[in-house]
Design a protein around this ligand. Sequence first.
Ligand code: PMP
Ligand code: GLU
Length: 398
Amino acid sequence: MKRLSERVIGISESETLAVAARVRKLRECGLDIVDLSLGEPDFPTPEYICEAAKQAIDSRLYFSYPPVAGYLDLRRAIASKFNTQNNINYTHEQIVVSNGAKQAIVNVLLALLDPGDEVIVFSPHWVSYESLIRITGATPVFVKANAESGFKVSKEQLGKAVSRRTKLILFSSPGNPTGAVYSRDELEGIAEVVRSNEGITVISDEIYEFIEYSGSHASIASLPGMADRTVTVNGFSKLHAMTGWRVGYMGAPQWIADAATRIQGQMTSANSSISQRAAYEAISGGPDRSLYMVEEYRRRRDLVYEHLCRLPGIKTGLPQGAFYFFPDIKDYFGTRCNEYVINDAQGLCDYLLNHSGVAVIPGDPFGDKNCIRIAYTRPERQLEDGLNRIKKSLALLQ
Ligand code: PMP
Ligand code: GLU
């Protein structure tokens, strides 16, 4: 008899990774797919970072288990980054290096949540937040922002969502999937609610920190009194194009960093030694050496925006960060083309994939049934090709 745990029955497959797997299969069958699904940099990891990993192997010094929370020099470099770039005074002892930002988030959720606890999640939200919260037995409480508010939750909305059971607030800024960036003033509004409710901690997911076009990114932990109330999560996947190296980290109040280290020590021991040496080089080099990629994302964003604005029935704003568009496509619900009937966002995504060979992701798992997510992590020529294909397929829907 196959008896899975209640825990795993309650969680879904990562929708982003599921679409990516589907694209891989279609390509194996020889189909020409323009993949605008996965939020993964298409650039190779910069050469100087790869070189550091090669040197680490050749030195033969990094073949043993690393310290659970990460190598001391890397944790010091991360603490110094927080200090100089984010104006947050975490010491190196408050830094835990993990297998991606994903594990950093899991560590905090496991450290703080019991069944019955609630986590307020600003929505639209990254797909994995919901399942990761459910794994702990806690309940996600989605506070929904709409396009009119720039997909940003107000302090009034947040205040209303807080209950006796609220233990955490979780959000990403710049945001996946909307690209929304909370200004310092908006973060101050959130901080006011946190300060007036003892026992609530914030997880601020800042993985897209430097993939930002408005210059207004700020860290909530840098606001008065908030460093003690905030876990700041970040990582190397996005800015440095290091998704496969699996390095993320948190800066946290000491009691949370200690608990996260305890959990990580039991679960994965530590992050890969060679990846940490590469990450050390990346963070020591600073963001500037990787910003050429952000410039390219900005050009792509502008290009995709121009195309989307010309498509009838598609409503979108101009995202301020990350590398996604999250347009409203509900005008197409109830339309059809031959055997394809579009009842919802999933129907539209299936149509686009099967009819025009373009992969995008339905908005439902991100918290908005009327939207789709388009990742512009592809070169301009491919984006043009994908958008032209979308345009042709949409024009056939009646
Ligand atoms: N947070 C957000 C908002 C993301 O989009 C992602 C996806 N990469 C992650 C965290 C996890 O990143 P990592 O590759 O560092 O695990
Ligand atoms: N975070 C990226 C995305 O949303 C990568 C895939 C994942 O980890 O979800 O597409």
